[in-house]
Design a protein around this ligand. Structure first.
Ligand code: GLA
Length: 679
């Protein structure tokens, strides 16, 4: 299902159960003033919706939803299952999650549930059904927001039971499981299913195959819980689209491709983790990932209007950044600009978290920003109509993504704990972003003929099928760039012998017989201005040639970066972790070698981020000016933000935005000679 609302959804989480009637009346007035058209209601309202077991009290909610609708504001209705009420935990203590160390958590926060506990699952189905029966055909309902940020892991008895069932379905016999997990080592051979446990706290390292299977199980188990709720909603007759908001943080508990397949539209919550300029690259990363997961339009379900949480502090997000960031997501396929939350909470755990209406109220700089954003979103609303072929981006670079890579690098036997999947992927995306090169993420096995370059960062476990797919891609003309720690093991983290990376030796035409981990402050010179960190390998060339050698250190004189001709394409191997400056340079060269150019000539140099979003009859070029100087823009099109034609050139002030409607495939030049007319 392609999710195409009639307008860009603007608004956010609305928790009116915190407020009195007068405040709710003011809320709706302010929403209308700012052109808010969407509220997400009920995310954490379980105790008010079901004050005691099986007793659903929904009249208060009906009143709120009716008032929103009467005010012209649609809503996502959330199932509140991320925050079971106190009575539930008291009645069902077995449904509280257990940590790896055996401690059972107590009620007192949120997200405190054991996903496999039958009582929790039954209560979740019950409340989903009750909401759907009452509100499933409400005219203001835009969609279902199931749960909130699935991600609580449980290691207790219910999890153990469900994990065993999952393993039985996967492996069939204990013999197969024992072989897959290599249980002969450390006397771990299992003689009955009951002996198998989640990876609970133990004396020393866990079996890595057990650890990664547990992560896969947890993702599947949460997905089953999501699907059950959707089934209840459909059984009650509501056909409104359903989604759940992924979190895009420094942890990852979901296998996003499988989850995305199960949703009507993919949505994420995205919070900047730095107040520095890298926040802009982070927006791009979140947007590109989510567009790719859903293979089309998606929803930004939450961001913070006024704050950035980093280093244990709440920093203020400047108004211009709120606007640029919001447009950055839309440029990358979002159909919405939604926030957490509408009005800052006066009390409770997140009273300092930003809101569209700050503590100071509607007469504030922060709210004026929201009003300005509402105006911009209305003026650019046509951008969300998708092109006939459904493809929103023209990206010709793909980055291979799979949660297995993330989870594998977190297993306990890895030779360098400083290396993380997320860092490798994000640094690579950042390098391409800094060159102004648009990027998609790609799932293993997907059609990839349209990419000129495919990057494989740290996908440690790899199936034979994925390796063959990469080979076919290169053979038919693509450029594959493989990083260290990719294709080293099979799917069960058993190393493929005969030289690393076992799955990709043929593709790379090179292999390494030994790794050589670098110390925390150690670097290695690769020549040509490139520097490696953290990791190096002793490489032998078979059919490949060396592009860079290790110039110093214990591997001086050995190949560091290699290139192998494969059919009409090639495969490059980068056997060390390039530092960011080197990585930027390296990927700029790879992109240039593959004939890729920045989206708008001159944009990167001028500090302007240029992103093309393909629309129904035109392309939309989003220009987000992160720099400090006014720049000139030349080309043919209409800036939807101001309504001005740009034929004569126009000036884009520092920190401002433009959204230019262009002929399909056309672009603009940035930094051209100033012209007579100005913005
Ligand atoms: C998440 C949650 C929200 C809120 C924000 C705070 O995204 O969904 O309820 O806690 O984080 O950043």
């Amino acid at each position: 299902m392609t999710f195409t609302p009639s307008t860009i959804l603007f608004g956010g989480d609305y928790n009116p159960d915190q407020w009195d009637t007068e405040t709710v009346r003011e809320d709706i007035e302010l929403m209308r003033r700012a052109k808010v058209n969407t509220a997400t209601v009920g995310v954490f309202s379980w105790s008010k919706m079901e004050p005691s077991e099986g007793v659903y009290e929904l009249d208060w909610l009906a009143e709120i939803l009716d008032r929103l609708h009467a005010g012209g504001i649609g809503f996502f209705l959330a199932t509140p299952t991320a925050s079971p009420p106190p009575w539930f935990s008291l009645a069902h203590p077995d449904a509280l999650p257990v940590r790896p160390d055996g401690a059972r958590l107590s009620h007192g926060s949120r997200d405190t549930y054991a996903i496999s506990a039958p009582a929790y699952r039954a209560a979740s189905r019950g409340i989903a059904r009750a909401l759907a029966e009452r509100f499933g055909d409400h005219p203001g309902l835009r969609g279902w927001h199931i749960h909130n940020e699935y991600g609580t892991l449980d290691y207790g008895p219910h999890a153990a039971r469900a994990f065993r069932a999952w393993l039985r379905a996967k492996y069939g016999t204990l013999e197969t499981l024992n072989a897959a997990w290599w249980t002969a080592f450390w006397s771990q051979g299992y003689g009955s299913w009951e002996e198998i446990l989640p990876p609970r706290a133990t004396q020393y390292l866990h079996n890595p195959a057990q650890a990664i299977d547990f992560r896969r199980f947890c993702s599947d188990e949460m997905l089953a819980a999501y699907t059950e709720q959707c089934d209840e909603i459909r059984a009650a007759g509501s056909m409104a689209p359903a989604t759940t908001n992924f979190m895009l943080p420094t942890w990852n508990h979901l296998e996003q491709w499988a989850w995305s397949d199960a949703q009507d539209v993919v949505s994420i919550d995205h919070y900047l983790d730095t107040r520095g300029p890298d926040g802009e690259a982070h927006v791009a990363y979140g947007g590109d990932l989510t567009r790719s997961w859903g293979d089309g339009p998606w929803l930004l379900m939450e961001q913070n209007a006024t704050g950035i949480s980093a280093d244990g502090r709440w920093y203020t997000k400047s108004p211009d950044r709120t606007i640029r960031n919001s447009l950055g997501y839309i440029a990358r396929g979002s159909q919405s600009s939604l926030f957490f939350q509408w009005r800052q909470s006066a009390g409770g755990s997140e009273q300092w978290h930003g809101g569209l209406v700050p503590h100071a109220g509607g007469s504030s700089r922060a709210f004026a920003t929201i009003e300005r954003l509402g105006g911009i979103l209305e003026s650019i609303r046509e951008v969300i109509e998708p092109p006939a072929d459904g493809r929103l981006s023209d990206a010709e670079v793909g980055i291979l993504w799979h949660a297995d890579g993330w989870w594998a690098l977190e297993t306990p036997q890895m030779p360098n704990d400083a290396l993380t999947y997320s860092d490798e992927v994000r640094s690579t995306h950042r390098a391409l972003w800094r060159s102004g090169i648009e990027t998609d993420f790609v799932r293993p096995g997907a059609p990839i003929g349209r990419y000129r370059v495919l990057v494989v960062p740290c996908l440690y476990p790899m199936s034979e099928e994925t390796a063959a797919w990469l080979h076919d891609y290169a053979a038919s003309g693509g450029t594959v760039v493989v990083s260290y720690l990719s294709g080293v093991s099979d799917e069960n983290l058993r190393i493929v012998g005969g030289g690393f990376p076992g799955r990709l030796r043929d593709l790379l035409g090179a292999s390494s017989e030994q790794i050589d981990v670098l110390g925390p402050d150690e670097t290695v010179d690769l020549g040509g201005g490139l520097t490696g960190t953290e990791w190096s390998e002793l490489i032998t060339l078979h059919t490949a040639e060396a592009l860079h050698l290790y110039e110093d250190g214990s591997l001086a004189g050995f190949p560091a970066i290699t290139s192998n001709t494969v059919g009409s394409g090639r495969a490059i191997y980068v056997s060390t972790k390039l530092d960011q400056v080197s990585r930027d340079r390296f990927f700029a060269d790879v992109a240039a070698g593959a004939g890729l150019t920045e989206t708008a000539p001159g944009a990167v140099g001028a500090g302007v981020e240029a992103i093309r979003r393909r629309g129904r009859d035109a392309d939309y070029l989003f220009l987000l000016h992160h720099g400090d100087e006014t720049v000139d823009v030349a080309g043919e099109g209409v800036d939807l933000v101001t309504g001005g034609r740009i034929e004569d050139g126009f000036r884009l002030p520092a920190r401002d935005v433009a959204v230019v409607r262009l002929r399909r495939g056309a672009t603009v030049r940035i930094g051209a000679e100033p012209s007579a007319s100005s913005r």
